[in-house]
Ligand binder design. Structure first.
Ligand SMILES: CC1=C[C@H](O/C=C(C)\C=C\C2=C(C)CCCC2(C)C)OC1=O
Ligand SMILES: CC(/C=C/C=O)=C\C=C/O
Ligand SMILES: [Fe+2]
Length: 560
């Protein structure tokens, strides 16, 4: 087996990058308009003063505090253990058969490094991004991984401490003035992370971009070497600091949502392949609450963009805190209600905004239009991995909880939440389970579909479910929305990552293809797994020479 091992991840690499350059380029590229900056600035400044008044200095963590999350040596599942080396590549021995039609590279992104020196991070989403590849060709499989060289990662390695605001981690300040100085950097976004640890997408023009919740965390990578090529600079002047971590990407377009925290709402924007310029399709104003709901993802149909307004809303006050709240940068506002807005893609008009039952979701699965016999669209169906309007899943994803499993069944229940949005002017939409959640052990997240069915009526989805007792989704599940049944794959003690569907070229059946997943094993090992998309039975697996940490979302780069 060919393999290349590079330096240890905590090695003393010195980066030529300086904080000063970084600040300046952020001001240039990611600043709000001056007017917005002033309004936002005043808002933030007021909130900072309020926090400073009500929160004690130790809560602000102005004084460097000791490690928050000691690692229990008995609870060291490889899924939640930092990757040991920056980079590896090699061919794997395949058991079973990889179909010869499978030609291309599966890429998977995710947080894979959860410590700097002896400081351990708190939350799954804080980790520095590790990109994994599985290159399939002629029945063979070349695997590899590499750390994404974000400025946040490079600065942390160089300075041996966190230098940017991550999901829950905030750089520690020496004194109060340094804390106040850092707040001003929030305005330009220069203190926010560019740690692109959430997803990876292939644009219509072939560029491959890793993403997270911050706009500056859009980094272009080389899908073969996994090298970080640089920041994806949005050339428009739409400004803002955050976006949906899951744009809708096809060969024809890139659609995303830009939440507006100042005047609560969302811009729906579109970018053409070959350009870096997002253009506004339209704007949705929030129907309730002090801030927009978190939009980690959103669904589209063929003609509409569905903009979800969750009662789990962004919270500028929590953004300013140095110590995380149980809901991190968010706040739960049940009284503000939940809404779904439907925007026509062609005109940018909001065709309806309906109130729906309260919900919590990270991931929408798909959406489609329902028509009457005259071909008129009567309603929209939108499916998501829904957590019974319970935000506790966010805290369950703390590393302390993930690293502690003594057999108790503590994973909160989830289901496929199916929204029905009427387009006849009714004010309310419905939310029900698309199938009995016991079919998938009442665990539900990390979904994929056959991309040819994006925005269209579909039958199958692939996701992670649960075999209980468990504390994290631990099965791969194929959902059949017609039969209302699920097929489940399970390997005791293993943590599988998002099942990713790749269609067989020329297929006519929706589930004709393979499902790829990377498995972190309980014995510290790991393997790449291939299931048949139709039978959901294993067709091949290939052991990695080392276990990989858990990862989030992937994409497919077909061989040209
Ligand atoms: C996965 C995964 C990663 C991730 O979030 C990462 C960051 C840095 C998020 C930051 C923020 C928010 C979530 C809300 C608004 C402020 C901001 C700090 C940008 O989220 C994931 O789900
Ligand atoms: C891992 C996860 C969400 C990831 C967001 O991108 C959820 C797991 C359980 O529901
Ligand atoms: Fe996600």
């Amino acid at each position: 087996m060919d393999s290349l091992w590079f330096s240890d991840i905590c090695g003393h690499h010195v980066s030529p990058f300086t904080m000063l350059d970084f600040d300046q380029s952020c001001h240039r590229k990611h600043g709000f308009s001056l007017e917005n900056k002033l309004v936002f600035g005043r808002k933030l400044y007021k909130q900072a003063l309020t926090i400073a008044r009500v929160v004690s200095p130790s809560q602000l963590a102005i004084v460097p505090s000791p490690d928050k999350e000691p690692v229990d040596p008995d609870q060291n599942h490889v899924a939640w253990t930092s990757v040991k080396q920056e980079r590896w590549e090699g061919e794997l021995v395949v058991q079973g058969e990889i179909p010869l039609w499978l030609k291309g590279t599966y890429l998977r992104n995710g947080p894979g490094l959860w410590h700097i020196e002896d400081y351990n991070f708190r939350h799954l989403f804080d980790g520095y991004a590790t990109l994994v590849k599985l290159h399939f060709e002629d029945g063979r499989l070349i695997a590899g991984h590499r750390q994404i060289e974000s400025e946040a990662y490079k600065a942390a390695k160089k300075n041996k401490k966190i230098c940017f605001r991550e999901f829950s981690e905030v750089p520690k300040h020496e004194n109060f003035m340094a804390y106040v100085g850092d707040l001003s950097k929030l305005l330009s976004g220069s203190s926010l992370t560019d740690n692109a640890n959430t997803g990876v997408v292939k644009l219509g023009d072939g560029r491959v971009v890793c993403l997270t919740e911050t706009q500056k965390g859009s980094l272009v990578i080389d899908p073969n070497s996994l090298e970080t090529l640089g920041r994806f600079e949005y050339s428009d002047s739409l400004g803002g600091l955050i976006h949906s971590a899951h744009p809708i990407v096809t060969d024809a377009e890139f659609l995303t949502l830009l939440p507006d925290l100042l005047k609560p709402g969302y811009l729906v924007v579109r970018m053409e392949p070959g350009t870096n310029e997002r253009k506004v399709i339209g704007r949705v104003n929030c129907s309730g609450g002090p801030a927009p709901g978190w939009v980690h993802s959103f669904p589209v149909t063929q003609h509409y963009v569905v903009v979800p307004e969750m009662p789990l809303r962004y919270c500028a006050q929590n953004l300013l805190r140095a110590e995380p709240t149980p809901l991190y940068k968010f706040q739960w506002h049940p009284q503000s209600k939940a809404f779904l807005h439907v925007m026509c893609k062609a005109s940018g008009k909001v065709v309806t905004s309906v109130e729906v039952p309260l919900f919590v979701t990270f991931h929408f699965i798909n959406a489609y239009e329902e028509e009457d016999e005259d071909g008129r669209v009567t309603s929209i169906i939108a499916d998501c991995c829904e957590h019974h309007a319970d935000t506790s899943i966010l805290d369950q994803l703390r590393l302390k909880n993930l690293r502690f499993f003594k057999g108790e069944d503590v994973l909160p229940d989830a289901r496929v939440g199916r929204f029905k949005i009427p387009l006849d002017g009714s004010r309310n939409g419905k939310l029900e389970a698309a199938l009995d959640a016991d079919e998938h052990g009442r665990g539900m997240d990390m979904c994929s579909i056959n991309p040819a069915y994006l925005g269209k009526k579909y039958r199958y989805a692939y996701a992670c479910g649960a075999q209980r007792p468990c504390h994290f989704p631990n099965t791969l599940t194929k959902l059949d929305f017609v039969e209302k049944k699920a097929k489940n794959w399970y390997d005791e003690g293993a943590v599988p990552s998002e099942p990713f569907f790749v269609a067989r070229p020329g297929a006519t059946e929706e589930d004709d293809g393979v499902v790829i997943s990377l498995i972190s094993e309980k014995n510290g090992g790991g393997y790449a797994l291939l299931l048949d998309g139709s039978t959901f039975k294993e067709i091949a697996r290939a052991k990695l020479p080392y276990g990989l940490p858990y990862g989030l979302h992937g994409c497919w780069v077909p061989k040209k």
